[in-house]
Design a protein around this ligand. Structure first.
Ligand code: SF4
Ligand code: SF4
Length: 86
């Protein structure tokens, strides 16, 4: 399990989540103009979710339905050379 950052973060990236993450697993993805969570490093502590001002962060199992969210769920994995199945 991991937490996922979705499309609402794009162009916001205020880094509030980075400040509270105890394992520093949230990284700036410059080419996507957003931040992404490394699924292998995330410890599912949930600290980041409530601090996001635009509700961009969800537990993977709670990510809203829809292609746009699905695309970003994939991106949180592929950006770090991981697959959602692993
Ligand atoms: S759930 Fe915890 S470990 Fe995972 S990204 Fe958020 S703050 Fe970091
Ligand atoms: S707190 Fe939300 S908007 Fe801010 S950088 Fe993190 S995911 Fe993006």
């Amino acid at each position: 399990m991991t937490y996922i950052i979705g499309e609402p973060c794009v162009d916001i990236l205020d880094r509030g989540c980075v400040d509270v993450c105890p394992v520093d697993c949230i990284y700036e993805a410059e080419e996507h103009n957003m931040l992404l969570i490394n699924p292998e490093e995330c410890i599912d502590c949930a600290a980041c979710e409530p601090v996001c001002p635009v509700t961009a962060i969800f537990a993977e199992e709670d990510v809203p339905q829809g292609d746009n969210w699905d695309k970003y769920s994939d991106l949180n994995y592929t950006y770090f050379d991981q697959s959602r199945e692993s």
